[in-house]
Design a protein around this ligand. Sequence first.
Ligand code: IMP
Length: 192
Amino acid sequence: MKLVFATHNQNKFNEVKVLLPSSIELVSLTDIGCHDEIPETAETLVGNAQLKADYVTQHYGLSCFADDTGLLVDTLNGAPGVYSARYAGAHKNAEDNMKKLLLALQKKSNRSAQFKTAIALNLKKEKLIFNGIVSGTICKKKQGSNGFGYDPIFIPTGYEHTFAELPLAVKNQISHRGKAIQKLINHLKQFS
Ligand code: IMP
């Protein structure tokens, strides 16, 4: 079965590809000749994931899944949330995003936060959503150089190090995206 992962991010793609049963031929947006920046104009993570999956299904007639992730900080009423990528502006710069978040939390004692991922799967006529969440705290300064995005300032609950300090294999086991992907994989196993 051919299945599109609606992403331009090759790292994310490779991470998921090795986890899927070999009966599923996973292809990327590039593989199907889609070079469009698919609009993410919904107000929720689920909405954006669904928009991306629907775009591929409507334009290419293929089964597809797409993901969307946000960092929700409790004391900021869930910000940056669905706007995590462009928290400090449309240029989507991770350093600027972290700087802005650390500044916003400077005088706050409650630094708890969650990463949430939503995956939308359009499989033939079936539409499904898989969610993943990891709780943690935002530390006071950047630590570590692994990963991407807000990883250097997020310490998952039960650990003393940020996602950027933990090995990728550990992050994948406990992360928002890892959990959502595991649910997707469990569902897809019936097709192997
Ligand atoms: P996306 O929906 O996966 O593109 O994620 C949106 C934004 O959330 C990214 O641009 C990052 O800023 C942030 N983000 C998503 N996943 C992670 C992660 O695993 N670690 C740190 N930041 C992340």
